[in-house]
Design a protein around this ligand. Structure first.
Ligand SMILES: NC(=O)C1=CN([C@@H]2O[C@H](COP(=O)(O)OP(=O)(O)OC[C@H]3O[C@@H](n4cnc5c(N)ncnc54)[C@H](O)[C@@H]3O)[C@@H](O)[C@H]2O)C=CC1
Ligand SMILES: O=C(O)CCC(=O)C(=O)O
Length: 490
């Protein structure tokens, strides 16, 4: 296949140097539907180090001309891609739901967000990239300029199969880098459909390449490749650390977005209906598989019982099912592995003495027996040192923790290795200000759920949630470029 051609069969190819190409391994993996494990969504390439090497070589060669284009010219390709993605929104969203299980409205929302991100970064091609700085030499001109890194490697997870790749690829391209993209194998069909949009927009061959395959082969290959000058990663803590170590060892730039153990604090003066709504939405949408998902619910003792009653009423109303059904609110876990991880955390919670208030089991009845479904789950009597209060579960599990004061709530909220997102529900300005000041999280949200990121604002975490860098909005320029300080004297 050549540039612009659609992959029409259900075998999806790598995209290297402007062509859709099979892996040199001759092998494929299958991508299955977590709502019905017997359904194969598509076959994807099980690529080799040699495939990756060809992609990096193509990117290296293409970047030479790509960086010479004006920002506006690069932006035009992103505008075109946005329009194509928008026209295919329904098909891509449906593929996403079939591949990883989130409900169709959420998948459509995410794809629309991909369109908006592309338009935002297309416009970025027309914005300033430097500053004039007064020199102590009155006859000199001193200013900063930004240059691309070169070839950038992008390693993405399965939980936001459109938004995360797009929020990494779009800024990489607009600032003049070429890209080698390795999506999560679980959502590689959705990724291929996104890359088709870039290809059809006529992006020059080699500027954007996609190689699918195992993390241990293609992901590790990106970490180790001498011609990849920057690596942007979102995923687990463990793999993030491998990316950092490998990048440091060979002097490459890296950026990591990893886990969260995000708290919501419900103060005694909170609007409880609003707080319940946000806890359910922030904790259980996408089956809790967001790095920004609410997982610890820290509630002041005075309103604890009332809040709990309202929360359980809402959780018990949740309709679990195939994300393609219009009455489904919560889909399956994205994979059998993910389901088993969630179930093992639920067991751990019970063993450690937390009290199960709702859910806790795999769902196998009602036509859901072939999928990876778990009940929305709520624990109480959780103490802050329990595993379920410390480790990222990445599933629909809420842990209620009772506290007496806001000071205690903040102390508990900060007591994990993570610091991605945090919410408070309160009407009290003093509480709000203490929370903004003292909460160690990259996103602090007042009277709003912990999940949900605006594309024009910086996104990233503190502590072990990230590499302390930020993605999205104008913050992206910090990763995808290097600053050159220019001193000119006639
Ligand atoms: N922060 C976030 O948004 C995400 C967090 N996670 C967390 O990670 C847990 C496990 O999920 P996984 O899919 O296994 O995440 P993962 O970290 O293994 O996968 C993320 C990406 O890294 C790649 N990868 C895997 N091994 C690699 C290696 N050795 N070198 C380079 N790249 C490699 C994968 O192929 C995928 O593209 C989840 O339960 C959740 O706690 C998972 C996905 C997203
Ligand atoms: O909350 C969001 O919308 C983004 C979450 C995210 O980036 C993630 O889960 O990886």
């Amino acid at each position: 296949m050549t540039i612009g051609e659609k992959t029409t069969t259900n075998t999806y190819l790598n995209y290297i140097n402007g062509s859709w190409t099979a892996s040199s391994s001759g092998e494929v993996d299958k991508s299955t539907n977590p709502a019905n494990a017997q359904e194969i969504v598509g076959y994807i390439q099980k690529s080799t180090a040699a495939d990756l090497d060809r992609a990096v070589q193509a990117a290296k060669e293409a970047q030479v001309q790509w960086r010479k284009l004006s920002g506006a010219a690069r932006g035009d390709y992103l505008f075109k891609t946005a329009n194509i993605l928008e026209a295919r929104l329904n098909d891509i969203a449906e593929t996403m739901t079939r591949e990883m299980g989130k409900s169709l409205p959420e998948a459509k929302g995410e794809t629309a967000r991909g369109v908006a991100i592309l338009r935002y970064y297309a416009g970025e091609g027309m914005r300033k990239v430097g500053d004039v700085i007064p020199s102590t030499d009155s006859e000199a001109l001193m200013f900063t300029n930004r240059v691309p890194l070169g070839v950038v490697g992008i390693i993405s997870p399965w939980n936001f199969p459109v938004a995360i790749p797009v929020w990494k690829i779009a800024p990489a391209l607009i600032y003049g880098n070429a890209v080698v993209f390795k999506p999560a194998q679980e959502t590689a069909v959705t990724a291929a459909k996104v890359i088709e949009c870039f290809a059809e927009a006529g992006l020059p061959a080699g500027v954007l390449n996609m190689v699918t395959g195992a993390g241990s082969v293609i992901g590790q290959g990106i970490i180790d490749h001498k011609d990849i000058k920057g690596i942007s990663f979102t995923g687990s803590d463990q793999v993030g650390k491998l990316v950092a170590q490998g990048a440091v060892a060979r002097g490459a730039k890296y950026q990591l977005e990893m886990g969260g153990k995000n708290p919501v604090i419900v103060a005694e003066d909170a609007d409880l209906d609003l707080a319940v709504e946000a806890t359910v939405s922030g904790g259980l949408r996408s089956t809790g598989q967001k790095c920004t998902a609410t997982s610890r619910v820290i509630v002041q003792s005075k309103i604890y019982d009332l809040f709990k009653e309202k929360l359980l009423a809402k959780v018990n109303e949740i309709k679990v099912g195939d994300g393609l059904n219009s009455d489904t609110w919560m889909g399956p876990c994205a994979s059998e592995n993910q389901l088993n991880t969630v179930l093992s955390y639920i067991e751990k919670g019970k063993q450690e003495g937390a009290t199960l208030l709702a859910g806790g089991k795999r769902i196998t009845g009602g036509g859901l027996e072939n999928g990876f479904y778990v009940e929305p789950t709520v624990f109480e009597n959780v103490n802050r040192n329990m595993v379920i209060a410390q480790e990222e579960i990445f599933g629909p599990v809420l842990a209620l923790i009772k506290v007496d004061t806001i000071e205690e709530a903040l102390e508990v909220a900060n007591d994990t290795k993570y610091g991605l997102s945090a919410s408070i529900f309160t009407q009290n300005i003093g509480n709000m200000l203490s929370f903004i000041r003292e909460m160690d999280a990259g996103l602090v949200r007042i009277n709003a759920e912990s999940a949900g990121v605006e594309l024009q604002a910086p996104f990233g975490g503190m502590k072990q949630s990230s590499s302390h860098s930020r993605e999205q909005g104008q913050a992206a320029i910090e990763f995808y470029t290097s600053i050159k300080t220019v001193f000119v004297k006639a």
